[in-house]
Design a binder for this molecule. Structure first.
Ligand code: AMP
Length: 210
């Protein structure tokens, strides 16, 4: 089963993908995490892509396509953050089957509010929101007690660029997948639990569970 979570940055794809992948035993592939790992480990690829990621630009298609081919093991997966361009989607079609695309429709004001309040744990990658899902103690991870940080691309000046890039490069994918009749839209401003049950229903429909 191949599922794509599509939507602007900050629309809650990552939060939902994490729980649902566990629940349905699906391989979770998060392109942003794969790229950030390369940067953190100072690999040659990491050095090459650092400035794209930190300024909110897209990493060139040929680089992310190579990475996805390396990471796309098996046929049961949730993809978060890939594809982000029509070229990436066309390539994906040649290597695997996509059964469902969940489109997280999210207004721009909410994206801005969510991303600017997002804090991440550098050790375990757990994501918090200072307003809606704050850590228990100051800006420290509840699980591993490490000090949280704000991603460079979650700073206000970069967020606007990410939204523009999304509109220009990724938004056309909604039409691309709509034409293939695999797209379902959810309201990303809804409560986490409601979104979770809606997507669960969509996945159960594919697996034909009641
Ligand atoms: P994310 O964590 O999904 O918001 O991704 C963070 C950044 O990684 C993006 O702003 C891009 O610079 C880069 N990135 C992630 N996924 C892709 C992709 N599919 N194609 C190109 N660049 C990507």
């Amino acid at each position: 089963m191949g599922i794509i979570f599509l939507g602007p940055p900050g629309s809650g794809k990552g939060t939902q993908a994490e729980t649902l992948a566990k629940e349905f035993n699906l391989n979770l592939i998060v392109m942003g995490d794969i790229l950030r790992k390369e940067i953190k480990e100072l690999t040659p690829l990491g050095t090459q892509i650092k400035s794209y990621v930190e300024t909110g630009a897209l990493v060139p298609d040929e680089l992310v396509i190579k990475l996805i081919q390396k990471n796309l093991a098996g046929n049961s997966f949730i993809l978060d953050g890939f594809p982000r361009t029509v070229k990436q989607a066309e390539m994906l079609d040649t290597v695997t089957q996509i059964d469902k695309v969940v489109y997280f429709n999210c207004p721009a004001e909410l994206i801005l509010e969510r991303l600017s309040n997002r804090r991440t744990c550098p050790k375990c990658n757990k994501v918090y929101n200072l307003v809606t899902n704050p850590p228990k103690n100051n800006e420290t991870c509840d699980d591993c007690k490490t000090e949280l940080f704000q991603r460079k691309d979650d700073k206000t000046e970069v967020i606007q660029n990410r939204i523009e890039v999304y509109k220009k490069e990724t938004f056309p994918l909604i039409d691309f997948y709509n034409k293939k009749t695999v797209l379902d839209e959810i309201n990303a401003a809804d409560k986490i639990e409601n979104i979770h049950s809606k997507i669960k229903c969509l996945i159960n429909k594919i697996t034909k569970k009641p």
